[in-house]
Design a binder for this molecule. Structure first.
Ligand code: CDP
Length: 787
């Protein structure tokens, strides 16, 4: 089916931006806005120690405070076997501890009170005695023989390795390295960072004792999966799945941090079930930053092999993945290191091999897919840094090096050395467009001149390939739940539409784009289409929104459901027009008899007839459901070029220009895609230059407040210059690929490469992100550079 050109407004033939009040909408109801009569509040006592035995929890002073109703401990939950819960990676996580704490800021007990401030006073009044234990924060040391074994709760666990995973052809890769003319090796660390969404996590749990039904309004990106997990974990206390309703209202940013279940949710549910009252739990900012939603923490050793002419031949990677004290990542079950094996990137490797060790440390659970399709950011950063390193090593311009090694357009669908089948791509087109837009040749000249004057300027490229849209369900599941997604469309007699989806927007504008998809397919104005997500009592089952999967899965389901409806509408139109179905033609909004355009029925007339005058023998109504299981992932890509200037006096890196050329296939809504890329780029700048959460040797968190966890603001953010190419996905019904995360995934390497490019002649080969002024200043001084 021909699509409207993405250049002139994508699929929005029926969207009139300015006039349409629904163009960007949001309902403006967040969990913390909910208030119920008699609502109770939870606040949580957290551990100051990273590893300690709990000797005693003294609650009498807290209970003496008027308004404090209860202090809930692990012992209380243990009565119902709810003190441990499974993680999404089938590991186990404490809800509240019985014996020991495993990280600083871990939940130790919860105070239930009539008022939020009284609950906080109650927390202050709970006295806990701890006996500190040896702390392990270094993932490499955690694997050493003799390291204290952390998960003593697991019988037979003798070390801190969670799993070992390898992928690819070790023999062929080792051979390629033996035969290589040039090799490079680099240690790369991607530190822990935090999604730092504007809204923290939280919920209101309401157990209706009369109905026996639990409703939880919660900030979750995956409401259906959470309902199933709750039913599986708490079925034994009477919470069956049909008696659980999860409502995910407006969400103030999720970025992967709102996929897992956190202990606060479980305690709030337990408190509501026990009291029959609504119970609210909302994290404060520091709790959020210190206890959940962590990403990255990958220690990578990467090697590239190439010929002297610059042809890449092999890639070998060993990684230690620090998961904190439990593996609570939301990865697809079959892939403990997520989609890290997309690390061959945009290049045509003949051999590759990857090994990953998952490791326990005394840190909060980590490994969530922060605006990233399950570790693709780690993969892209590695391959893009390594490509630059090899290019510099060989003395080949990094752009020329990439152009030489890119998978060529005619090679698609392309089977990578690590087993992925890339759907479509034209990497050279994106890079060449970016080079033209930024004036690459002139910039290289400027750089040479500046270098002659002792000034430090670098140009960094990142030509990334993303991998988004999990399923297909034969390869992808979370806790056994297959990763398809869904859409249910109902057309009312008057031609108005309600459409519900299994995903859940957190600000990505699904209400707008899904309505556009249906409008495009059925010719019904977007203003007549109501889109809903996030209520498990009404929406069809789906796996939720993360990993840029919504357009590839639920967006496709919307198109497929609409096409089913169009099929039925055609039969009704034929009946109304007393014509043969085969003689009918479709144009947006109506069927007409071929050769007699005036003989037509609009979709609205057909909808009315579906309830008032449908063909004999046909079921009434006009609705359809699609559970779309994609045949493959989609592989969006892009080329980013960053120009950075470095202040020799302070070591400060200034991003002077940044051009981002993205390709996400056919675009549904150009303005929303532009917004996704702008936000994503700033979220890529953040870890490149500012953000890091680290721990001292005692496990004390550094970066646990916004005083020292530096989020870039408008002041630090450069002007993003964006552009696009369009290479449709051949298998997606709309030719679209996901886009939400591309920029966050692609940007850090461009910035890091610019910095190394500026410093290469001084002997600098690599700088780990975040590239702080202190790190650069030290490198400059070590290289003998003075102000
Ligand atoms: O799963 P998530 O919504 O985060 O990611 P996505 O599928 O990449 O979509 C992000 C937003 O961009 C949604 O509103 C999409 O409908 C929109 N989009 C688009 O308009 N055209 C595309 N080719 C891809 C996404």
């Amino acid at each position: 089916m021909p699509r409207t050109s993405p250049e002139v407004g994508g699929m929005g033939h029926s969207v009139k931006r300015k006039e349409d009040p629904r163009f960007i909408r949001g309902k403006g109801t967040y969990v913390d806005d909910l208030h119920f009569p008699g609502m109770l509040y939870l606040d949580i006592v957290r551990s100051p120690f990273a590893h300690a035995k709990i000797q005693k929890i003294e609650v009498s002073k807290a209970l003496a405070i008027p308004g404090v109703l209860a202090v809930i401990t692990g012992q209380d939950l243990a009565k119902y076997n709810l003190h441990w819960m499974p993680t999404l990676m089938s590991d186990t996580q404490m809800v509240l501890p019985l014996e020991k704490v495993m990280y600083q800021a871990q939940e130790v007990a919860a105070v239930l009170a009539t008022d939020r401030y009284i609950a906080a006073d109650g927390v202050e009044a709970v006295e806990v005695e701890y006996e500190p234990l040896p702390v392990v924060v270094d993932a490499k040391k955690a694997l050493e023989p003799g390291a204290p074994v952390l998960r003593t709760d697991k019988q037979d666990k003798r070390d801190n390795r969670i799993w070992y995973w390898e992928w690819g052809d070790r023999t062929a890769t080792d051979r390629a390295f033996r035969e290589a003319e040039v090799t490079v090796q680099q240690e790369i660390y991607l530190p822990r960072i935090h999604v730092a969404s504007i809204e923290t996590c939280g919920c209101v749990a309401l157990f209706d004792k009369v109905e026996g039904k639990l409703t939880v309004w919660m900030t979750t990106q995956a409401p259906h999966a959470i309902r199933t997990v709750f039913a599986l974990v708490a079925g034994h206390v009477g919470l069956a799945e049909h008696k659980i309703r999860i409502i995910s209202p407006d969400i103030g940013g999720g970025f992967g941090g709102k996929v897992p279940v956190y202990p606060g949710y479980v305690i709030a549910v337990a408190a509501s079930v026990l009291t029959g009252k609504p119970v609210k739990w909302i994290e404060d900012r520091m709790e959020n930053l210190q206890a959940d939603s962590f990403a990255r923490d990958y220690h990578i050793t990467a090697e590239l092999a190439a010929r002297k002419d610059g042809t890449l031949t092999a890639l070998r990677i060993k990684t230690i993945a620090d998961h904190g004290y439990t593996d609570a990542a939301a990865n697809p079950s079959k892939f403990p290191a997520g989609l890290f094996h997309i690390c061959t990137g945009s290049y045509d490797f003949k051999a590759a091999h990857v090994e990953v060790d998952g490791v326990y440390t005394n840190k909060p659970p980590g490994g969530i897919a922060y605006r990233c399709s399950f570790r693709v950011t780690e993969a892209v950063h590695t391959i893009e840094r390594m490509a630059d390193l090899m290019a510099h090593q060989l003395g080949i311009d990094p752009a020329e090096f990439r152009l030489k090694n890119f998978i060529r357009p005619e090679q698609f669908p392309y089977k990578s050395a690590l087993g992925w089948e890339y759907d479509s791509g034209n990497y050279a087109a994106a890079l060449q467009k970016a080079m033209e837009k930024i004036g690459y040749a002139e910039l290289r000249q400027e750089q040479a001149e500046k270098r002659g004057r002792g000034e430090l300027m670098g140009i960094g490229i990142s030509s990334f390939t993303e991998i988004v849209g999990a399923g297909p369900s034969k390869h992808f599941d979370i806790l056994g739940l297959k990763m398809f997604d869904s859409s249910e469309i109902r057309i009312h007699p008057t031609g108005k539409v309600i459409a519900r989806f299994g995903t859940k927007s957190q600000g990505q504008g699904h209400e707008t784009t899904y309505a556009q998809i249906i409008a495009e397919e059925l010719g019904i104005p977007v203003a007549d289409i109501q889109v809903e997500e996030g209520d498990t009592d009404t929406a069809p089952y789906g796996l939720g929104t993360y990993a840029s999967r919504s357009t590839p899965t639920a967006g496709a389901a919307g198109a497929m459901a609409a096409r089913k409806i169009r099929g039925k509408a055609k039969k009704i139109a034929a009946y109304l027009l007393e014509a043969n179905e085969e003689d009918l033609e479709w144009e947006p909004g109506r069927f007409f008899v071929r050769g007699t355009p005036a003989k037509a029925k609009t979709i609205q007339e057909i909808a009315f007839a579906a309830y008032t005058n449908h063909p004999p023998g046909m079921e009434a109504g006009l609705e359809a459901v699609s559970y779309y299981d994609p045949p493959n992932l989609t592989y969006p890509f892009g080329s980013y070029i960053c120009v950075a200037d470095i202040d020799k006096g302070t070591g400060e890196v200034k991003v002077r220009r940044f051009v981002a050329v993205d390709d996400c296939g056919n675009i549904i809504n150009p303005m929303i895609v532009e917004g996704q890329i702008h936000g994503g780029l700033t979220m890529g700048l953040a870890p490149a230059l500012y953000e890091e959460i680290s721990y001292d040797e005692y496990g004390n968190i550094r970066g646990g407040s916004f005083v020292d966890y530096l989020l870039p603001t408008a002041v630090e953010t450069p002007k993003w210059e964006t552009d696009k190419t369009c290479t449709p996905s051949p298998h997606h019904p709309l030719g679209a690929k996901g886009v939400g995360e591309s920029a966050t995934v692609g940007a850090p390497a461009a910035i890091a490469n610019a910095v190394v490019d500026a410093l290469w002649h001084l002997g600098v080969r690599h700088v780990d992100i975040p590239i702080t002024p202190a790190k650069v200043w030290k490198l400059l001084r070590e290289s003998g550079v003075t102000e």
